[in-house]
Design a protein around this ligand. Structure first.
Ligand code: FAD
Ligand code: NAD
Length: 472
């Protein structure tokens, strides 16, 4: 096939956003994707379907528990799982279709098939054929190649997922019946989000986490608050515990767990979800032959500040490279990489990348946790404000949780903002902008916020931090 300025491999949040931006900048672009639907893990089997189920299951839980407090009687609440799953599939179909339209309108050539590097300026594509597509092989010539092939779930070697009883997040987004007992290995993002979905729908959920606490990347105070809240919702946690054996049968999964001091215990689950992290997807990409170096320990593709790999014409972004495996981080890198290619000053502000766990209450963070601030030996101020003191949260009957603002003691500059509570994911945007702009707790505290809004809790927490920091 004739030459392109850029060939992108993978149409996830890293790849499709990069392809669209490159086309906008005037480049001749192709984007190769092996799956039928565009949008990557995030849109097909990640962010989007999980949030659709979190939203639906939250409505189900609210109808059963919280509506009565508002004087709204709905009678006996009934779960129609088939409809809930079909709605989730429709949301995925709509959004993946929208990505296809976006790329088509931008003038990106969408190439279906499995891609591998064929030298520094070539991408070999093999198509298995299928719906309206012919089977065959082609080589695309490119001035530059962007690798955006993402990641895949990590297996536990002792009990690899079978897709039926021992499953990954992909199957746990589509159980055809609510498992009576759901075991989850790993109390990270997926364990807590999908654990919440199925617990709300009626599963008895047990999360087994190797580390001393769940949500181990969150600020400690926030993580502890989340754990208390999820326990109240019926989830059970075994921390400092590992699953050492799991045997699947037609009836379910027998799992042997080992806690502190080697104490073993057996559990029987209907399904066991393995959510112990993801690893970069480099298999079959021909990296070694092409001379693209990967990190020996993490398997991630090594890139410089311009996302260039050890082969100067080959770039990489997203889950494939270092940093948090988050969709918005992948997209920001995709844009920065192609802007750099076009001679623009593309860059990602890694100190202000937000993260959210979409449980109820939600956990949303930007910047350093209190543990990280302490480890750096920085003198700091912490301001905490509970949603119990926020008028709007009281009106909504959503007063659980708090906002925590960490500020540099001498200057008041924001170091981190951590929210556990209602609408945390949306409230965080203001904090991300403040961190990005290098604002102080004082500036946030003096910013007039509409009343009554959830956002006032952020202003109040900043006010508490400001009283100890800088000129507060
Ligand atoms: P991907 O989205 O993985 O896309 C890579 C694409 O490349 C895929 O479509 C794949 O088919 C294609 N591909 C791979 N190899 C080849 C090849 N050789 N040839 C052709 N095509 C190829 N992140 C968030 O920020 N927020 C969330 O709420 C969130 N929820 C998640 C929930 C779950 C259950 C999971 C599993 C992940 C979630 N994530 C979330 C993480 C998010 O999905 C990833 O960080 C994001 O998808 C990474 O984007 P990417 O473009 O790097 O890769
Ligand atoms: P994770 O890294 O978030 O959590 C994995 C957890 O498993 C960790 O707490 C780890 O200590 C624990 N663990 C590892 N091995 C274990 C073992 N043998 N026994 C018990 N516990 C063990 O990984 P995940 O939940 O699989 O999610 C993968 C990635 O996908 C996330 O890191 C995140 O980048 C992304 N994701 C993001 C979101 C979001 O942004 N809301 C949602 C889902 C997934």
């Amino acid at each position: 096939m004739a030459g392109f300025d850029l060939v992108v491999i993978g149409a996830g949040p890293g790849g499709y956003v990069a392809a669209a931006r490159a086309a906008q900048l005037g480049m001749k672009v192709a984007c190769v994707e092996r799956e039928e639907r565009l949008g990557g893990v995030c849109l097909r089997v990640g962010c989007i379907p999980s949030k659709a189920l979190l939203d639906s299951s939250e409505l189900y839980a609210a109808a059963g528990e919280r509506l009565a407090e508002h004087g709204v009687g709905v009678g006996k609440v009934r779960l129609d799982l088939k409809t809930m799953l079909a709605r989730k599939d429709r949301v995925v179909a709509d959004l993946t279709g929208a990505v296809q339209t976006l790329l088509e309108r931008a003038g990106v050539e969408i190439v279906r098939g499995n891609a591998r590097l064929a030298g520094p300026n070539g991408v070999a594509v093999e198509s298995a054929g299928g719906k309206g597509r012919s089977k065959g092989a082609a080589t695309l010539e490119a001035k530059a190649v962007l690798l955006a092939t993402g990641s895949e779930p990590v297996d536990v070697r002792a009990f690899p997922a079978d897709g039926k009883r021992i499953v990954t997040s992909t199957e746990a987004l589509a159980f055809d019946a609510v498992p009576k007992r759901l075991g989850i290995v790993g109390g990270g993002y997926i364990g807590l989000e999908l654990g919440s979905v199925w617990a709300r729908l009626g599963s008895e959920v047990t999360v087994i986490e190797a580390l001393p606490r769940i949500a181990s990347t969150a600020d400690g105070q926030v993580g502890r608050a989340l754990e208390r809240s999820l326990k109240k919702q019926g989830l059970s946690f075994r921390v400092k515990t590992r699953v050492v054996e799991a045997k699947a049968s037609a009836r379910g999964v027998k799992a042997v767990v080992e806690g502190e001091e080697g104490k073993q215990e057996s559990f029987f689950f209907d399904r066991l979800l393995v959510a112990v992290g993801r690893r970069p997807l480099t298999r079959g990409l021909g990296l070694e032959e092409a001379g693209v170096r990967v990190d020996d320990k993490t398997g991630r593709v090594r890139v410089d500040a311009a996302y260039r790999t050890s082969v100067p014409t080959v770039y990489a972004v997203g889950d494939l490279v270092d940093g948090p495996m988050l969709a918005h981080k992948a997209s920001a890198e995709g844009i920065a990489a192609v802007e750099g290619l076009a001679g623009l000053p593309g860059e990602v502000s890694y100190d202000a990348v937000p993260s959210v766990i979409y449980t109820h209450p939600e956990v949303a963070s930007v910047g350093l946790t209190e543990e990280q601030v302490k480890a750096r030996g920085v003198a700091y101020c912490s301001g905490v404000y509970p949603f119990g003191g926020n008028g709007r949260a009281r009106c909504a009957g959503e007063a659980e949780g708090f906002v925590k603002v960490l500020a540099h003691q001498a200057s008041g500059r924001l170091l981190g903002v951590h929210i556990v509570g209602p609408r945390a994911s949306d409230l965080l945007a203001e904090a991300v902008l403040a961190v990005e702009l290098g604002a102080s707790a004082q500036a946030l505290a003096r910013t007039v916020h509409a009343h009554p809004t959830f956002g006032e809790a952020l202003m109040e927490a900043a006010g508490v931090a400001a009283r100890c920091a800088g000129d507060g």
